[in-house]
Design a protein around this ligand. Structure first.
Ligand SMILES: Cc1ncc(COP(=O)(O)O)c(C=O)c1O
Length: 379
């Protein structure tokens, strides 16, 4: 079976973890965390970055730090992971969903504009598959209206827009290092803080609402409770693993992007025949090869195609159940099927093809040939 995903973990990661253990690097938020944060900060060209226990926690911390509260509205796509919306709900605010574009699966900016009200406090664009919408336009529109932007860059490590790293455009950016991401520490994340006045708040909130960071710097004798918070700091052992992964990010993304391009070239003929649609990213968006998706023509059975590919030893997968049509979305938020036609069409017809650094050229040729054979009715 050609697996859908395999993390790129090798000797350098094993060495880094064992070195951390021999240095008794099991505490949280220690020197190995600082090392990984500095590396990530330098790579992103960001002013400050803090590791978190997951991408989910980075989103929760972001909305906590922005003091999003009951009565506020936060706009995000319905086509996203539950964590984007849960972070809003946990603050007592209301998620307002927007439609996506079929060519990128990013939030449609016209749909977004139509959903802005007096109550809109923040917008969360999701950089699907490591590509972004016109994030510069989104930030300009939002800041003119005093609305915060929190980038859900969970899938976007190393991806850029106009040469600038995703995650560095909004007030805050949230990255995931979950085991399915391009680089990983098992479970982990980071929050990119692009507004100086939020830095201390984030440091306090991620340490249970205390000023422990000042204590660790030797600036105070005892630390104490000064704000709301939770436990979002990462153990040094995982930070060591992440550090080793960060050293390989460039090579990993290069290989993933090359595979993405091979798929793109190999499947274009099927797109021309109208059997599938392929990603057509914004021209200023430079991806990280996180996902390669195809969207089947309406009427073709996606589940059938996935089943047949699996029988041929190729593991493919679908993606999100749209949040507006989920039980929570309909019962508690009042959304109905039909509210977002493009989102629903995409959710029904999308297939993600295998993408990881252990794929060979012959694997990719084999996958492309089998997809073509099945969709052209030859298989
Ligand atoms: C768009 C999006 N947001 C948030 C998350 C949550 O990240 P994590 O799994 O690290 O909590 C994910 C993870 O898959 C994601 O894809």
């Amino acid at each position: 079976m050609i697996p859908y995903f395999v993390p790129t973990i090798g000797r350098s990661e094993k060495k880094a973890v064992s070195r951390a253990l021999s240095k008794k690097g099991i505490k949280g938020n220690g020197e190995l965390c600082r090392e990984a944060e500095e590396k990530l900060k330098g790579m992103l060209g960001a002013s400050s970055v803090f590791l978190t226990t997951s991408g989910t926690h980075a989103l929760e911390l972001a909305l906590m730090a922005l003091r999003i509260k009951k009565g506020d509205e936060v706009i995000c796509p319905s086509f996203t992971f539950v964590s984007t919306a849960n972070a809003i709900i946990r603050q007592g605010a209301r998620p307002v969903f927007a439609e996506i574009e079929k060519s990128t699966l990013n939030m449609d900016l016209d749909s977004l504009m139509g959903r802005i009200t007096k109550r809109t406090r923040a917008i969360i664009p999701v950089h699907y598959g490591g590509f972004s919408c016109d994030i510069e336009r989104l930030v300009a529109v939002s800041s003119k209206r005093g609305i915060h932007v929190v980038e859900d860059a969970a899938q976007a490590i190393g991806a850029r827009f106009n040469e600038r790293h995703l995650g560095t455009f909004g007030d805050l950016g949230c990255i995931s290092f979950h085991s399915t991401k391009n680089i990983t520490c098992g479970e982990g994340g980071a929050i990119v803080v692009n507004r100086k006045n939020l830095q201390n708040t984030i440091k306090i909130m991620r340490e249970k609402g205390t000023n422990r960071f000042l204590y660790l710097q030797g600036k105070i004798k005892k630390y104490t409770w000064i704000d709301i918070g939770s436990s979002f700091v990462v153990p040094d052992m995982l930070a060591a693993l992440l550090s080793a992964q960060l050293d390989r990010l460039h090579a990993i993304n290069k290989k993933r992007r090359a595979i993405f391009e091979l798929y793109e070239k190999g499947l274009r003929a099927l797109e021309k025949k109208g059997l599938i649609a392929l990603p057509h990213p914004n021209k200023n968006s430079y991806g990280n090869g996180h996902i390669f998706w195809i969207l089947l023509r309406k009427g073709l059975s996606r589940d059938n195609v996935i089943k047949k590919l699996r029988k041929r030893g190729i593991e493919c997968t679908h993606h999100y159940v749209p949040l507006h049509s989920s039980p929570f979305g309909s019962k508690y938020l009042g959304y109905r099927p039909g509210d977002f036609p493009i989102t629903e069409e995409v959710a029904k017809g999308l297939i993600r093809l295998p993408l990881h650094t252990y794929l060979s050229y012959s694997d990719i040729r084999h996958i492309i040939a089998n997809v073509a054979e099945l969709l052209e009715g030859r298989g």
